[in-house]
Design a protein around this ligand. Structure first.
Ligand code: GLN
Length: 487
C-alpha cells in the first residue's frame, strides 16, 4: 500500500500542495488498495473510477496553475450507497434498487464535487440503512478490518470499514439511530452525526425523515470537522435544512477546555456494559480531568424508553417513505404479474429483504387507525420528554460522554437471528437522533482482543464546534487514533 494512504486528509492535502504526489496518483493508490483488499472486506458495492479520476485531474490542473485548492480537494472519499451520485448506481444495498442509476446528484454530492473531492465508490450498507451490523445488505456482508470474523457495525458499515482499512481517507454515512457513530466505534475511527438540519438530506434515500442526518467519517477529528464544513449548509431543496451560516469547525479544535463541564450519562455506565468498555470510559474521564474539565454526573431518566420510541417512529416513517418502491416509477419490477395488484405485491415481496419487510409491517401497524393514538402519538409525546431530558442535562453540563456502544464488535452471525438483541446495540446512540442534537464517536482504546472501543460525545444543538473541540482534545491526549487495523 502507498504509505500516504495511511495519513490524515490534512497531511495528504499538504503532500498534494508540495507536489510529493499528484491527485491522480493518490486516487489511483486508493483504487490499488481497494483492488488488493475489498474482495475480503466487502466495503464497496461499486466503484466510480471515471468520476474520481476526472475530479482528481481537475485538482492537478489547479495545482499546476498554482491556484488555491478548495478544502479537501483531491482526498479520496467513499459515499454510502444510499446517496445519489449522477451516473452511478445507487442501490441502498437493496435488490429493489439493484440496477437503479442516479439521474441526479444529492446536494452533498454537488458540494463534494464542487470542492473537487474524488468520490471513489459507493459504500455497502444495511439495506435502506436498517441495521447495526451491515449483515442486512442484499449483496454481501462487510467484514471488520480489525478482525474479518467480526461485523463492522451498521448501517454505514462499508463507509467505516473503507476508512479504517485506508481504502479511502474520508467517507460519508447517514445516521438515523446511530448508523455513523456505531460503525465508527466498531472500526476504531471518528464518526459524527450533525445537528438535525445542518446537512441537506436532498438526494439521500429516506429511511426515517425526522431522524436521518448525513455526516462524516475520518481517522482524525480534524478531518471530520473539515468534511462537515464541506457538506453543511442551507438547501432550498430540503425544507428541514437550517438557514444558518456554516462555521469553520476546525478553527476551535485546540481551544483550552479548562473548566468545561463534562457530564457522564449515569444510565449508560451501568447495565450490560462490558468491562473493557467501562474501563475505557473511566480512563476517558481521567483524561478529561487532566485536561482541566470538571466532571459531573448526569441522569437522562427517559433514555430507557428511547429504543421503544425509536422503533415506533422510525418504522412508521419508513413504512410511508418506502411506499414509493412499487415497481411503477423506478427500480425492480416483478417479471410475472397477472394484474396491477399482483405487480405491486410481488415486486415488494421479491425486492425487499426480511428486515425491511419487518420494519414496514411494524410501522404500518403503528400508524393504522385504532392503534395510532396508542403507538405513534404516544411515541411522539415520549420523544418530547427525551428531548427535554437533554435540555435539562445541558443546563448542568457543556458536553455529555458515554460509551458509543456497551460492547465492541461481535462475530458475524452472532445476533443475526435475534432482532431485539440487534436493536439493543443502539441504546447509547438513538436518543441523540430523537433530540436532534450532534454527537460523535472517537477512538478510546481497545478491548482484550484488540478490538476498538468508541467514546461517544454529545453536545447541544448547533454546538458542533464545541463537540469537535472536546473530541480533538481527548484524541490528542492519547495515541489510539494512530493505531491502524493490521490488514
Ligand atoms: N441500527 C438502527 C436501525 O437499525 C439505526 C440505523 C441507522 O441509524 N440508520 O434502525
Amino acid at each position: 500500500m502507498n504509505e500516504l494512504l495511511k495519513k490524515s486528509a490534512t497531511e495528504q492535502s499538504k503532500a498534494l500542495k508540495n507536489k510529493e504526489i499528484s491527485a491522480v496518483e493518490l486516487t489511483n493508490a486508493a483504487f490499488a488498495r481497494i483492488d488488493e483488499l475489498d474482495e475480503k472486506l466487502g466495503a464497496f458495492n461499486s466503484l466510480t473510477k471515471e468520476i474520481a479520476l476526472n475530479t482528481a485531474k481537475k485538482v492537478d490542473e489547479k495545482i499546476a496553475k498554482g491556484e488555491e485548492l478548495p478544502l479537501l480537494a483531491g482526498i479520496p472519499l467513499a459515499l454510502k450507497d444510499n446517496m445519489n451520485l449522477k451516473g452511478s448506481k445507487t442501490t441502498a444495498s437493496s435488490k429493489i434498487l439493484e440496477n437503479f442509476v442516479s439521474p441526479f446528484n444529492a446536494t452533498i454530492t454537488e458540494k463534494l464535487l464542487g470542492n473537487l473531492v474524488p468520490i471513489v465508490g459507493k459504500a455497502n450498507l444495511d439495506e435502506f440503512a436498517m441495521g447495526s451490523s451491515n449483515e442486512n445488505s442484499a449483496f454481501k456482508k462487510v467484514h471488520n478490518p480489525w478482525d474479518l470474523k467480526k461485523v463492522p457495525g451498521g448501517s454505514s458499515g462499508g463507509s467505516a470499514a473503507s476508512v479504517a482499512a485506508c481504502e479511502a481517507t474520508l467517507a460519508l454515512g447517514s445516521d438515523t439511530g446511530g448508523s455513523i457513530r456505531l460503525p465508527a466505534s466498531f472500526c476504531g475511527i471518528v464518526g459524527m452525526k450533525p445537528t438535525y438540519g445542518r446537512v441537506s438530506r436532498y438526494g439521500l434515500i429516506a429511511f426515517a425523515s425526522s431522524l436521518d442526518q448525513i455526516g462524516p467519517f475520518a481517522r482524525t477529528v480534524e478531518d471530520a470537522a473539515n468534511l462537515l464544513e464541506v457538506i453543511s449548509g442551507h438547501d432550498p431543496k430540503d425544507s428541514t435544512s437550517l438557514n444558518l451560516p456554516v462555521e469553520h469547525y476546525a478553527a476551535n479544535l485546540n481551544n483550552d477546555i479548562k473548566g468545561m463541564k463534562v457530564g457522564v450519562i449515569k444510565e449508560l455506565m451501568t447495565e450490560g456494559l462490558s468491562e473493557d468498555v467501562q474501563k475505557a470510559v473511566e480512563r476517558a474521564i481521567e483524561d478529561y480531568k487532566k485536561l482541566g474539565a470538571e466532571i459531573v454526573e448526569i441522569s437522562l431518566p427517559n433514555l430507557k424508553h428511547s429504543i421503544g420510541i425509536y422503533y415506533i417512529l422510525a418504522t412508521a416513517e419508513c413504512s410511508s417513505n418506502l411506499a414509493r418502491f412499487d415497481g411503477v416509477k423506478y427500480g425492480y419490477r416483478t417479471p410475472d404479474a397477472k394484474n396491477l395488484m399482483e405487480m405491486y405485491t410481488k415486486t415488494r415481496a421479491e425486492g425487499f429483504g426480511p428486515e425491511v419487510k419487518r420494519r414496514i409491517m411494524l410501522g404500518t401497524y403503528a400508524l393504522s387507525s385504532g392503534y395510532y393514538d396508542a403507538y405513534y402519538k404516544k411515541a411522539q409525546q415520549m420523544r418530547a420528554l427525551v428531548t427535554q431530558d437533554f435540555v435539562e442535562a445541558f443546563k448542568k453540563a457543556d458536553i455529555l460522554i458515554s460509551p458509543t456502544c456497551p460492547n465492541t464488535a461481535f462475530e458475524l452471525g452472532a445476533k443475526a437471528s435475534d432482532p431485539l438483541a440487534m436493536y439493543l446495540t443502539d441504546i447509547a446512540t438513538i436518543s441523540a437522533n430523537l433530540a436532534g442534537i450532534p454527537g460523535l464517536s472517537v477512538p478510546a482504546g481497545f478491548d482484550k482482543d484488540g478490538m476498538p472501543i468508541g467514546l461517544q460525545i454529545l453536545a447541544p444543538q448547533l454546538q458542533e464546534s464545541r463537540l469537535f473541540n472536546a473530541a480533538h482534545k481527548f484524541e490528542r491526549a492519547n495515541d489510539y487514533y494512530l493505531k491502524l487495523a493490521n490488514i
